[in-house]
Design a protein around this ligand. Structure first.
Ligand SMILES: Nc1nc2c(c(=O)[nH]1)N[C@H]1C(S)=C(S)[C@@H](COP(=O)(O)O)O[C@H]1N2
Ligand SMILES: [Mo]
Length: 396
């Protein structure tokens, strides 16, 4: 693997990522949005003072410390099990002022690499503090360790990056260090020996399985599948050119054409694991998948949660994988265990998977119920209420 980052400095002129993807800004033609009026809830968006962001004596609940959830699970905080912890985090969050989103919306896409820094996301992690405080820096280190130095970094944190088109199309199977990355939060660092996967909800026989259990071929047949994963955000930069958005964080990563990758994934079919749990109880029709990192949405902390229908699982189209192209899963791609869901948008292929819960209806978690929605043309994204309610635009 090419790890000589210095060798790449200067090789990639600032605009290279757009030129190479056929996105020369000269042809993009951003709509002039300069006469939009921006309203925010606080009158002045206020300079964010980093001292203000420390969870200090000023906090009305100094006993609220966000700790590491489990030994050997760095960067994992459990939110879904603890509504009172979520409520405290929300309160702490509301004590801080953050700059409005996102950095570039009313101007052209910056020609830097990283294109965007993700300032708000970093500040959100600092504001909650505790186990999350170093997550932005640690995650960036992982990017530099695991990804190809030629990657186009669209968003530094949460890390979103795509390979230059020339390298992506060179081989049918995308090398691990060139496979695109789409993260909604930090990169957890989980000790595989301490790891386990919990299976609960509407299964007849709930289980907790270690990696060794999952890899035990006497229990589960091992499967390898060649799968292309594509992010539904791919080519978003063209959408941004058409319509800069509503201050919705959805616009954050200006993907060109590279949010697609093909790999040989090895693991076990989730169907076999559900069978091992005695199958589903009567009304269960969906499997909710939990990812370990912290995601922020509208002032709330949560884990990354989506679901897949049982029919998909039954068809052996949901793999729980620990190998990518015959190598251990890279940290950035979900180590030690991820879901690979065939034929669905990438968002369902949950990384850092630590829990599978059988449920009756599709997940109501925000990633699935408030984002990653398709709108009919007649309806249009622009007629939607922005999911980030604090900021909205009014057309004059
Ligand atoms: N836990 C977790 N799983 C996740 C995500 C995430 O942010 N957190 N992003 C999803 C999205 S939107 C995509 S497109 C794919 C990308 O997978 P990759 O980063 O391995 O290419 O992971 C999905 N799984
Ligand atoms: Mo995605």
């Amino acid at each position: 693997m090419d790890t000589d980052h210095k060798r790449w400095v200067g090789l990639q002129p600032p605009n290279e990522w757009k030129l190479e993807q056929g996105m020369d800004p000269a042809h993009l033609g951003l709509r002039n949005q300069s006469n939009l009026v921006i309203h925010t809830e606080s009158e002045s968006p206020a300079e964010t003072d980093s001292a203000e962001l420390r969870a200090d004596a000023d906090d009305d609940d100094p006993t609220f410390v966000v700790g590491e959830e489990r030994k050997g699970w760095k960067g994992y905080v459990e939110w879904e099990e603890y509504p009172e912890k979520k409520a405290k985090a929300r309160k702490r969050f509301s004590r801080h002022k953050f700059p409005p989103p996102p950095e570039f919306q009313l101007g052209p896409v910056p020609a830097t690499n990283p294109v965007l820094e993700g300032v708000r996301w970093k500040l959100w992690h600092k504001a909650i503090g505790g186990a999350l405080i170093n997550v932005p820096e640690d995650s960036w280190k992982t990017v530099l360790e695991e990804k190809h130095p030629g990657m186009l970094h669209l968003l530094q944190f949460p890390y979103n990056g795509e390979p230059p088109k020339g390298l992506l199309t060179k081989e049918a199977i995308t090398p691990n260090d060139l496979h695109f990355v789409r993260n909604h939060g930090g990169i957890p660092d989980i000790d595989p020996v301490e790891f386990d996967l919990r299976l609960d909800g509407l299964v007849n026989d709930p289980k907790v399985l270690t990696l060794d259990d999952l890899k035990n071929e006497a229990l589960f047949p091992r499967t390898s599948m060649l799968v292309t994963i594509q992010c539904s955000g791919t080519r978003r930069v063209e959408q941004i050119g058409e319509y800069a958005g509503e201050g919705d964080e959805m616009i954050n990563a200006p993907w060109a054409e590279g949010a697609i990758g093909t790999a040989k994934w090895t693991g076990v079919s989730l169907k076999k694991i559900i069978k091992y749990c005695g199958g589903l109880k009567g009304d269960a029709k969906h499997l909710e998948l939990y990812g370990a990192e912290t995601y922020f949405k509208g002032g709330d902390c949560m884990n990354y949660v989506v679901s897949v229908p049982w029919s998909k699982v039954k068809a052996n189209e949901v793999l729980l994988a620990w190998e990518m192209n015959d190598k251990p899963l890279p940290k950035i791609h979900g180590f030690p265990l991820r879901a690979v869901v065939m034929g669905y948008i990438g968002a369902r292929s949950v990384k850092w998977l630590y829990r599978v819960k059988a449920i009756e209806n599709p997940s109501r978690a925000p990633v699935q119920s408030r984002e990653y929605l398709y709108f009919q043309q007649q309806y249009g994204k622009h007629n939607q209420l922005p999911t980030c309610k604090k900021l909205y635009y009014v057309r004059p």
